[in-house]
Design a protein around this ligand. Sequence first.
Ligand code: FES
Length: 138
Amino acid sequence: MPKVTVVDFMGEIQKEFTVESGTKLLKALIDHEVEIVHTCGGNAKCTTCRVTIHKGVPTKKTQAQQERFERAIKSGQPQFDHPAVFLSCQVVVENDITVSASETFNSVIHDSLGKDTEDKVTPDPVWLDHEVPDWWGG
Ligand code: FES
């Protein structure tokens, strides 16, 4: 079973756990009490569930994520133009993966963690190839 390692922004390990291959990353994080925000409930709309994947970057991404990131970049958010930034609601865990959450719960900023999310990736995924450049090493 693949191992999920959650690190903070300094690279310190916060949690480690294993999941069934094919588990949606957002669901795995929620089930293991990582306080990642997921406002839209996992529908590639809000981007609050985004993660940086330090190791184990997938070689596929959903079209829904791609389109959401293109809109974000066009609206002046260059942080979405990075090969290791993914929406955790659009990732299935198939290999060991190390991630850090970009937006964790803060009661001053957020009303709640977000809506419930389904076990499967929604909307129904159309998978696109994702290239991971050598310089990232992940
Ligand atoms: S984009 Fe909203 S939860 Fe993933």
